[in-house]
Design a protein around this ligand. Structure first.
Ligand SMILES: [Zn+2]
Length: 537
């Protein structure tokens, strides 16, 4: 008994001491890595061969293995919104990357800013988050620490703008013509470190670079598949269909737009990020700073080759090395003990439908001609029965003009029935979703929940199609994302810091939980409108 007491007593002391020792100082810098379209299996499938930054994050991180985007349209704009704002994208009105805005009567890009001008180059589009009257995680930080810096860097404009929130210090994105730019919504001119970077970037000889595998081909066959796989896009020297290594840029083609579809682009993003850290003195004082980095090239590569391709496996191996180099730089300049890292993705993605079929799984591409025929029949029948212009149609999305419908004395249900009758006959269209039904339903299954979180009461179409599990609109090659199914919603989520013990937690988590989790960790107040919950690691 005495012995037991002693052991209990000693272990109580030990726990106490270890708690005190392991209570780390608050980080001076939080870095958010968002890898566009990164499914969790792009970490798990290659974990044995990672040796750089992805390995460091896994080995020093708490990984929430069952993390999902809890909204139904899994695309870049909505995904980065969930991460950057801790709120569901439907509520804020980020209902797509670009979408028909019925109030404006036109299609808009989700970060279009008609009042802004481009900064940093002649070419490119002026973007910002100004369409949304909302504060994000960066703004929550600044309300507690006004001198903290928030910097957001990405290939894609929507990624940079939507991670940054309302008032970041910088939101910098690629103009697809050889320069990283911003808009005067954020700054009057590009910071010197970014314009210097652009000068150097232009000197690099990408026109002549060839993309080869980093490791032995056998490993790629074991962990991915044969290099030649029908369904992959053939992006180089494609006289004859042959989507294989090496990959380069055809002579005569402008390398700058194409570069965003190569692994080297991610290295450039990290080089630019190094300049941001050094020149903006990120992590230099006790006011914590945020650096958001979104790797957009990964999305382009996965779209072209699919997540099980050798190309994407190699892009992941290269990204692991690039992030490793970046982490070494951070250790030298700031000290890793001062940095908290977050790794996640804006959405997952579907394997190539041809690969699903090869594995005996259900998958397919929606036949564009069949879809178009169905839409034409709907338009013709509705016009014949009810007269013209009762709705605006944007692809398969229908925006009903309720005033006209009332005047014409037509029940919306009659229009819905016609739409449903034709579109659900198209192979790959599961059913039509009626907005009002989703808003009013008490159902709480994951599909309904995700649909609800995507709905904006005004902007969302009144009726729109839901694709069938395993189906894509894209064709004839490549793959995509955008559905509410788990393969598109499931993403990695790792919080890593020097001294954290490697851990996997299978508790269900959502990407809207990231913002409140970081807030709690830094002692920032979590606003009531936040849709996520803090994960307590
Ligand atoms: Zn994409």
């Amino acid at each position: 008994m005495k012995k037991l007491f002693l052991i209990t007593f000693l272990s109580a002391i030990f726990i106490n001491v270890s708690c005190t020792l392991s209570a780390p100082k608050p980080p001076k810098l939080v870095i958010f890595f968002v890898v566009d379209q990164m499914r969790p299996d792009l970490l798990t499938r290659f974990d044995k061969i990672y040796s750089g930054g992805l390995k460091w994050l896994i080995d020093n991180g708490i990984w929430y293995t069952d993390t999902h985007h809890e909204h139904s349209y899994t695309a870049t704009g909505p995904g980065h919104t969930a991460i950057g704002y801790g709120q569901h994208p439907g509520k804020l009105g980020v209902i797509g990357n670009s979408f028909y805005d019925r109030e404006l009567g036109k299609t808009v890009n989700c970060v279009e800013d008609p009042n802004a001008k481009v900064v940093g180059a002649q070419k490119g589009k002026a973007r910002s988050s100004s369409r949304y009257d909302a504060d994000g995680l960066g703004d929550w930080l600044k309300s507690k620490y006004p001198s903290s810096k928030v910097i957001s860097i990405a290939g894609k404009d929507r990624a940079a703008c939507l991670l940054g929130g309302r008032n970041p210090d910088q939101a910098i994105y690629y103009n697809k013509s050889g320069a990283f730019i911003s808009s005067d919504y954020y700054v009057d001119e590009l910071p010197k470190w970014a314009s210097d970077f652009n000068q150097e970037f232009k000197k690099r000889p990408y026109q002549d670079s060839l993309w080869f595998r980093s490791l032995d081909e056998q490993l790629y066959i074991e962990l991915s598949r044969e290099d030649y796989f029908y369904g992959e896009e053939d992006n180089y020297l494609n006289n004859e269909y042959s989507p294989v290594f090496p990959i380069g840029i055809d002579s005569g083609q402008d390398p700058y737009p194409i570069l965003m579809g190569t692994p080297w682009f991610e290295r450039e993003i990290l080089e630019l990020s190094k300049d941001a850290v050094a020149e903006e003195m990120l992590g230099a004082d006790d006011n914590p700073d945020f650096l958001f980095i979104s790797f957009s090239a990964m999305d382009w590569m996965i779209h072209s080759y699919g997540p099980y391709s050798q190309e994407v496996m190699d892009a992941c191996i290269k990204l692991d090395r690039y992030i490793g180099n970046f982490i070494e730089f951070l250790d030298r300049s700031i000290g890793l003990e001062n940095i908290l890292f977050t790794l996640t993705a804006d959405h997952g993605g579907l394997p190539l439908p041809e690969f699903l079929s090869f594995q005996g799984k259900k998958g397919g591409r929606i036949n564009k001609k069949h879809m178009q025929e169905a839409l034409t029949w709907i338009d013709e029948e509705c016009e014949e029965l009810f007269g013209k212009k009762l709705y605006h149609r944007d692809g398969g999305n229908f925006f009903l003009d309720m005033d006209r419908i009332k005047k014409a004395n037509v029940s919306p249900q009659k229009i819905y029935d016609i739409i449903e009758g034709y579109l659900t006959k198209v192979d790959g269209i599961e059913k039509m979703i009626i907005k009002e039904e989703i808003i009013n339903t008490k159902d709480a299954d994951s599909l309904t929940r995700r649909l609800k979180n995507m709905i904006h009461p005004v902007k969302t179409p009144d009726i729109f199609p839901l694709v069938s599990y395993g189906y894509l609109y894209r064709g004839p090659y490549g793959t995509s994302h955008g559905s509410p199914y788990d393969y598109d919603t499931h993403v990695p989520l790792i919080f890593a810091r020097k001294g954290f013990r490697k851990e996997q937690n299978d508790k269900r988590a959502a990407t809207v939980d990231i913002a409140p989790t970081i807030s709690r960790y830094l002692g920032i107040e979590i606003p009531e409108y936040c849709d996520g919950e803090s994960l307590n690691f």
